[in-house]
Ligand binder design. Structure first.
Ligand code: GFB
Length: 318
């Protein structure tokens, strides 16, 4: 186990239609490897027999496990069974099939919401399982914690080079812009765009605006994942973030400035705030030699440009 050279390798990106998977496919285009993907119509990752048959047929050398049922705070809170069942099944099936077919290296992508609700900030990797989870996303968190543990268990028992990374809140091209299931950043872009277009006096922001969040542009995440895949091997998971965070109020103000909406912000405190803060400690990643190149402002501008160019095709577009 050790460094993983992707040259001439067949690399499976599970979840290539999602925001993260599609960014990984874009990033891998500049590596000298063969990227393989499977459409949802031909492979349902929640079905063990389908996953095992597909993996046996395609025999990838490396796997990025970026497939997951994901969503924002409301989707997590209202669809607990899907978030738990889908994610447990996807992880278990892909990890076991990877072992059976001799995959040389696998990376599982988890999420910063696996950490305790009141973890000391910035959150180091060691904070895992040291306290209670945030209730709105505990179902997703439990599934992702199981995924990390799966990778560790397969390392210990079978010697598989399976690793996991913990991305912070992500945004970028191919994000989900449906206001009922999206994360905050795409939601604010849609709302600010619609508010400007309709000359609305105000824009509604969920919660108090006080929580703090860290945001990583998804192409930076993909670059970090490829970097970690190549140069890291170990039982401990690695945080991936920018190392800085903002309040939701500041984020909304920044989005409004970029979109050109000049009305006021109205906070809907009947909606949940979620965890007060989740800023990742990224010193382990920095020590390996990677840091995020894209500023929040640049990333939001690029996301907004992407949204404007693809508005006709995305769910929930205004
Ligand atoms: O991005 P978000 O949905 O997820 O919400 P979490 C972040 C913060 O933004 C919360 C506020 O305090 C929301 O109340 N917010 C303000 C909004 N306006 C809006 C809006 O219009 N839409 C949304 N969605 N939020 C998720 C977890 O937590 O983070 C997932 O539920 C996952 O499991 C993801 O881990 C990264 O950051 O609170």
């Amino acid at each position: 186990m050790g460094a993983c050279d992707l040259r001439s390798k067949r690399v499976f990106v599970a979840g290539h239609r999602g925001m993260v998977g599609s960014a990984l496919v874009r990033r891998l285009a500049s590596e000298d490897c063969e990227t393989v993907v499977a459409d949802r119509t031909e492979l349902d990752l929640r079905r063990q027999a389908e996953v095992e048959a597909w993996m046996a047929a395609f025999r990838p050398d490396a796997v990025f496990l970026a497939a997951a049922t994901v969503g924002g705070i409301l989707a997590n809170d209202t669809r607990p069974a899907e978030f738990l069942y889908d994610n447990l099944m996807i992880e278990t099936n892909v990890v076991e099939a990877a072992r059976r077919t001799g995959v040389g290296k696998l990376m599982l992508l988890a999420s910063s919401c696996i950490y305790p609700k009141f973890a000391p900030q910035p959150i180091t990797e060691d904070a895992l399982l040291t306290g209670e989870l945030e209730p709105t996303n505990q179902w997703y968190a439990i599934a992702k914690i199981a995924g990390i543990k799966l990778c560790q268990a397969y390392r210990r028992q079978y010697g598989c080079d399976f690793i996991s990374v913990m991305p912070t809140n992500l945004y970028g091209p191919n994000d989900n812009f449906d206001l009922t299931s999206s994360h905050v950043l795409p939601a604010l872009l849609v709302k600010a765009h619609a508010a400007r277009a309709h000359g609305a006096p105000a824009l509604e922001v969920w919660g108090t605006g006080v929580p703090r969040r860290e945001f990583l542009y998804v192409d930076d995440l993909a670059d970090a994942c490829v970097f970690v895949m190549k140069y890291y091997s170990g039982e401990g998971h690695i945080n991936i973030g920018t190392g800085t965070d903002v309040t939701i109020r500041k984020l909304a103000e920044l989005v409004c400035r970029i979109v050109g909406f000049e009305g006021e912000l109205r906070f809907d405190t009947t909606k949940p705030d979620g965890t007060p803060r989740k800023l990742l400690d990224v010193s382990r990643l920095a020590a390996l030699g990677w840091q995020a190149p894209t500023t929040l402002e640049d990333g939001i501008r690029r996301s907004y440009d992407w949204y404007l160019a693809h508005r006709g095709q995305v769910r929930g577009a205004a």
